[in-house]
Design a protein around this ligand. Structure first.
Ligand SMILES: Nc1nc2c(ncn2[C@@H]2O[C@H](COP(=O)(O)OP(=O)(O)OP(=O)(O)O)[C@@H](O)[C@H]2O)c(=O)[nH]1
Ligand SMILES: [Mg+2]
Length: 400
C-alpha cells in the first residue's frame, strides 16, 4: 500500500525534521509477539512507551517551530490553530436548511422530521459534547450584518467557521448576493474565520444539473469577490443534502480544519496505513458520525459510506448488548478499564480479504480501517498491536 503524499508535502516545514515511525518500533520485537492474541495490542514495554512519548514530543516541537511560517504562508483560514472549542456559525436565507443540518448531524434528528422544524427567530446557540465540545450558533436570516439587533463581537470573535447554507431548490441569486456581503464583512473584520458554502438540498437535482449548479455558484461567488477586491479570500464549497452521507462528509471537513490536533492525528494515521497496508483509515466521532481525521490516501465516498453505516451497526449493537470489557470477563482480575479492547470486523467480500476493522479509541472516537487485499488473518496480531500503539498516541494527543 502506498500513500498519496510524501511526508514533505504533509509537513508545512520546508526542511522537515526526519521523524521516527512509532509503528516500526515493535516490528523489531514482532516475532516474539506474532504468536500472541489481540490482547497484545495494549501491552507495550516501557522502552516503547518512552520512544512513543519522545516521538510525540518531537512532533509537538516540530509543530511549534513550523506554526508561524505555516500560517503566514498559507491562505487565510486553513488549519489556523485556535484556542478553545471549535465554534461554527450557520447563516443563510430563510428556510435554506440551517437548523436541519445542525439537528441531523449533531442531534440525530431523522431527516424526514426536519419538515416540522419551527422557523428560527433569534440567535440559537448550542454546545455539543462529543470528542471535544463543539459550539454552534444559527443566525436567523432577518438579522443582517448591519442590523443593530445583531451583536457581532461575541458571535464572531471566537468563531472558527461560518457555514453559508445556500438552498439550490430555491431562487439562489439573492442568497449569493447576501453571502458575498457576509464574505466581504468577514474578510474585513474577521479574516481568520473559515468561510464555507454548503450548496444544499442537492437531492432534488439531477446528476447533470447538480454539477452545473455547483459550477455556476462557485464561478459567480469567485467573480464577485474578485470584483470587490477580495479574490484572495479562501472559500470552500460542498454539495450537501441531509438525505445522504454528503452532509456528514462536508461537516467532517469543516470541523477538521478547526482541530489543532489534526496534523498529529493525520501523521499517526499515515504511518499506521503505510506500516499495516491499510487501504483507508478514518477516525470517527461515533455520536455525530463525522470523521475527525483520515490518512492522506484518496477519499472515496463509498469507503466513507461503508464505514459510516458500520458505525450505525456498532452503535445499535452497543445499545442492545453493551460492550463487555475485560474487567467483566476476567474472574476476580483487576484490569484497568483502559486495558479492555473493543474491536470488531465486518467482511466485505466472500473471500474475507477485504474487510473493515473497527477499534474503539475512547468513549467517543472509533478508528475504522478499510483493509485491502493482502491483509490476511495472519497479519491481524500485528495490526492489533499497531492499532494499540496508535490508540495510546491518540489519547496522549488529546490529553495535551
Ligand atoms: N430536500 C431537502 N430539503 C431539506 C434539506 N435540508 C432541509 N430541508 C428542508 O428545508 C426546510 C427548512 O429547513 P430549516 O432547517 O427549518 O431551515 P432554516 O434555514 O433553519 O429555516 P429558518 O430558521 O426559518 O430560517 C425543511 O422543510 C426541511 O425539511 C435537504 O437537504 N434536502
Ligand atoms: Mg432555523
Amino acid at each position: 500500500m502506498r500513500t498519496l503524499f510524501s511526508e514533505n508535502i504533509l509537513s508545512p516545514s520546508p526542511t522537515p525534521v526526519p521523524q521516527r515511525n512509532p509503528f516500526e518500533l515493535h516490528f523489531a520485537t514482532a516475532s516474539s509477539l506474532s504468536h500472541t492474541s489481540s490482547s497484545a495490542s495494549t501491552q507495550s514495554s516501557p522502552r516503547q512507551h518512552d520512544l512513543l512519548t519522545q516521538y510525540l514530543q518531537q512532533q509537538q516541537q516540530h509543530d511549534e517551530s513550523t506554526r508561524t511560517s505555516y500560517e503566514s504562508s498559507s491562505d487565510r483560514g486553513h488549519h489556523v490553530r485556535r484556542k478553545g472549542n471549535p465554534k461554527i456559525l450557520f447563516m443563510g436565507l430563510k428556510k435554506s436548511g440551517k437548523s436541519s443540518v445542525q439537528k441531523v448531524v449533531f442531534q440525530k434528528l431523522s431527516p424526514a422530521d426536519t419538515l416540522f422544524l419551527e422557523p428560527t427567530t433569534k440567535v440559537e446557540q448550542t454546545s455539543l459534547r462529543t470528542f471535544t465540545t463543539i459550539d454552534t450558533a444559527e443566525i436567523p436570516s432577518h438579522l443582517t450584518l448591519d442590523s443593530s439587533e445583531l451583536d457581532h463581537q461575541p458571535l464572531f470573535s471566537n468563531a472558527g467557521a461560518v457555514i453559508w447554507v445556500l438552498d439550490v431548490q430555491d431562487e439562489y441569486l439573492a442568497s449569493i448576493a447576501a453571502l458575498i456581503e457576509t464574505a466581504v464583512f468577514l474578510s474585513e473584520h474577521y479574516p481568520r474565520i473559515n468561510f464555507e458554502i454548503f450548496i444544499h438540498k442537492i437531492d432534488g437535482l439531477s446528476e447533470e444539473y447538480k454539477y452545473d449548479t455547483f459550477r455556476e455558484v462557485r464561478q459567480r461567488v469567485q467573480d464577485e469577490l474578485s470584483d470587490l477586491g477580495h479574490g484572495d479570500r479562501s472559500v470552500s464549497y460542498y454539495q450537501t443534502s441531509i438525505f445522504d452521507h454528503s452532509i456528514f462528509e462536508a461537516m467532517s471537513k469543516v470541523v477538521q480544519k478547526l482541530l489543532p490536533q489534526l496534523p498529529a492525528m493525520e501523521t499517526l494515521l499515515n504511518k499506521l496505513c503505510s506500516t499495516c497496508r491499510i487501504q483507508k483509515a478514518y477516525l470517527f466521532d461515533v455520536g455525530s458520525k463525522i470523521y475527525v481525521a483520515t490518512d492522506a490516501s484518496p477519499t472515496f465516498l463509498r469507503d466513507y459510506e461503508v464505514c459510516s453505516d458500520y458505525i450505525d451497526v456498532i452503535v445499535d449493537i452497543k445499545q442492545i448488548y453493551g460492550w463487555h470489557s475485560r474487567e467483566d470477563n476476567e474472574e476476580g482480575g483487576s484490569v484497568a478499564s483502559g486495558d479492555s479492547i473493543n474491536e470488531s470486523t465486518v467482511t466485505l467480500d466472500p473471500s474475507g480479504e477485504t474487510y473493515v476493522y473497527a477499534r474503539e479509541v475512547d468513549e467517543h472516537l472509533t478508528l475504522l480501517c478499510v483493509m485491502g487485499k493482502g491483509s490476511t488473518i495472519r497479519r491481524r496480531a500485528l495490526i492489533d498491536y499497531n492499532v494499540g500503539i496508535l490508540q495510546d498516541a491518540l489519547l496522549q494527543v488529546f490529553k495535551v
